[in-house]
Design a protein around this ligand. Sequence first.
Ligand code: XMP
Length: 310
Amino acid sequence: MDETKFIEEKIKEIKSTIGTEKAISALSGGVDSSACTVLAHRAIGSNLKVIFIDDGLMRANEPQDVSQIFSDLGIQVDIIDTQEEFFHALKGKADPEEKRKAFRDIFYTVFGREVLKSEAKFLVQGTIAADIIETQGGVKTQHNILEQIGIDPEKGFGFIAVEPLKELFKHEVRKVAEALDLPEKIYQRMPFPGPGLATRIVGEVTPERVSLVRKATQIVEEEIESLKPFQAFAVLLNDKGTGVKEGKRKFGNIIIVRSVESQDALTAEPTQVPWDVLTSISQRMTNELPEVVRVAYEITPKPPATIEYV
Ligand code: XMP
């Protein structure tokens, strides 16, 4: 693929689709939404409003880091704090599909509200080819596919979806993002699911449980970074296990470490993480997180397992 040509063509296409109307882009900080936001900003400049919905399910420091990266590129990002609404919507829900549905519903409620406020006619989305394939295949109920949730993309909330990356696979999007001058931190970034850390919490999603899995994820990312896996993260199980902390028996949390190698996320193999890396992950988790007594490494490929837990 010739990235420069792709970028030129897409900018032209976006310009002719959106014209002088206003558009909105919901940035998540992932490579897909970042690339399509920069593309759309190059095409229509300040007629693009960029929002970052802080749903409370992001990785550590995410909203601040993302808005700084985009501000360095001359793109202003409005951070919208909707954490309470998301936690309220997820409260008491332990079933995976129920959680995903609750996330999707609240996402579109919040999103619809912001889109309406912005008076945008167009919605720029970072949907990529794998999202469409997996949603059609029934593997995933993807929150960013409008049809999937019964919204006619032509009518929606009164806006029209613009999806400039929908023919591309992840590795191609990374090349486009690099060619768009996004920093390596973004174009080399591991994929992160729309419903965020909620997909890595088995059982109820509460602020406390998110905070724990966020800290555990940060440890995994830091320790495993040099191996450059396709995707690596921590998962919080619903069960507790027995451990010994400060000389006393303690019923604590169990964290699963998941790291996979993949091209396009449609299939995946567990990363062959060296023992010393796993040891330091386990030591850091149990030393730095008082709630954690056990750490396990997941060895299942996809299929039969999926990459995320929920
Ligand atoms: P699974 O768990 O289905 O994940 O094997 C495949 C890839 O997709 C990401 N993923 C999601 N991305 N919304 C997203 O935007 C979702 O609901 C979602 N679920 C999974 C996952 O992180 C992996 O890269």
